[in-house]
Design a protein around this ligand. Structure first.
Ligand SMILES: Nc1nc2c([nH]c(=O)n2[C@H]2C[C@H](O)[C@@H](COP(=O)(O)OP(=O)(O)OP(=O)(O)O)O2)c(=O)[nH]1
Length: 145
């Protein structure tokens, strides 16, 4: 079975010198409640992945973002996150608005690398967070384009 494409953002404070990452805590559906993730969602028919990501971030957090580079994964460039979904992830920086939990989340928080282990990530995101950690130097490297 073909996995559905999910697009999501590793939103950082500054694409050229990232120091914190925006985590978002799910408030629905029930089996995801309380787990942390990268905000985003499924690509609708007729949308490019980037269009879908801008739409989702606007709907979910009320922000406009600038996309940085893609954080390319090992599964054909994406990250298999569940039996039914594969995710592509982009770095992003907020350009308009302040992120707020509007529809899918009940909490968003800027997380420094030392905080990343203190929140329960969705199971599929755990290895992505670990890979992101390898990119942490003075900031994360490679977020900008
Ligand atoms: N957005 C997002 N979804 C993730 C992540 N990790 C992970 O396993 N998932 C899973 C949760 C869901 O089963 C699926 C994405 O579905 P979603 O509910 O966010 O997508 P959506 O907003 O378009 O959903 P829908 O209500 O329109 O069906 O991928 C992640 O970091 N971000």
């Amino acid at each position: 079975m073909e996995r559905k494409l999910v697009v999501a953002a590793a939103i950082v404070d500054d694409l050229s010198a990232p120091s914190v990452l925006l985590g978002a805590r799910r408030s629905r559906p029930e089996h995801l409640v309380g787990m942390w993730e990268f905000p985003g969602g499924k690509v609708d028919p007729g949308e490019t992945p980037e269009q879908a990501l801008h739409r989702e971030l606007c709907e979910e957090l009320g922000v406009k973002v600038e996309l940085g580079s893609e954080f390319v994964g090992p599964d054909d460039g994406g990250w298999i996150i569940t039996d039914r979904h594969v995710m592509r992830l982009w770095f992003a920086q907020v350009r308009e608005g302040a992120p707020e939990p509007l529809i899918e989340h009940d909490l968003v928080r800027w997380l420094a690398p030392e905080d990343w282990d203190s929140v329960p990530w969705l199971p599929g995101d755990v290895r992505i967070v670990e890979e992101l950690r390898l990119h942490v130097g003075a900031g994360f490297r490679g977020a900008g384009t």
